[in-house]
Design a binder for this molecule. Sequence first.
Ligand code: NIG
Length: 382
Amino acid sequence: MSLLLTGIGELTTNDDELGTLRDAALVIDGPSVVWAGPAASAPAADSAVDLAGRAVLPGWVDSHTHLVFAGDRTTEFAARMAGEPYRAGGIAVTVGATRAASDAELTAVVRKHVAEAVSQGTTYIETKTGYGLDVPNELRSAVLASSEVDEVTFLGAHLVPGDWDADSYVDLVRGEMLDAVAPHVRWIDVFCETGAFDGPQSRAVLAAGAKHGLGLRVHGNQLDYGPGVRIAVEMNAASVDHCTYLTKSDIDDLASSETVATLLPACDLSTRQPLPDAQSLLNAGATVALASNCNPGSSYTTSMAFCVATAVLQMRMSVAEAVRAATWGGARALRRENEIGILRPGSRADIHVLDAPSITHLAYRPGVPLTYAVWRKGERAR
Ligand code: NIG
């Protein structure tokens, strides 16, 4: 059954040829877009919806979340707002709560946050393990997540648990833990940061993942300058996420690579870090993605619209740059830029309709819920 969406006031396609169209229409059939162009030349379809001048864009691609968790870190957040620094060690609190939770409780948490994200226009979600940090809990995190989200990343190397020395734990992650988890995930990730994993440990984890056929991602340069970006680029990771502290050479490395710089502004705000230098990355020619980093410690939001508004209002990205980063950029960070984050014949019918005439309203009306309708893989989701 085909469906014609017509009366589109502004259609952001992210396709180089189609560009941004006014008075446009889209036709979807099953899970795919089959036509996009001017409303006046739209083909007939089995049914039609008139969007009365509203803006349409690809659904948000949230390429960085940590949704398999239990418990709450409100107290830690409140202490931070009162002046305490963010410490990666807070991860251990969530690990304790996650290990103690039942499968049903963890699944309910993932579902709740996925539903919250979809209702705000997110149509493709990556999530990570990383709050289990032992073989059974990393394995069950991966298995649970794989039936609730689009892509799963193994983040056994999130923090060294208190009862381990770092090198022995790295051996566990790249050995028995990876053997167990790899069949359930597409990616491997490592938190390369002082207080988590150093450069050689990070390389060892990523190399082991690559041997298992997993794609690579890195948490890097979040809390200070460090080797994360360089390692990600050298090892051809799909993305390096955070990028809050970048040297000129980090920016040049990213610009000359296939590695996406994924910026997580909600996290930087929530941890009282500076916001990343998106303009230097874009000017150098790097690909930038925006993601929510939804997790209970450093960034407890599913709102990609909040990230986009922050990127525009406080990071000086244009609205078009921020929207592209939160859609096509996220898709590129997952190496799926020809399928998602783009609206053209053959792409996935992931469609976000705003109750506004243009994407500019995402920054012009910050904090206002503008999602009017969502189709996810061709199914009406809101
Ligand atoms: O991406 N940086 C490491 N991991 C998460 C934080 C998780 C936490 O504090 O629980 C992040 O910010």
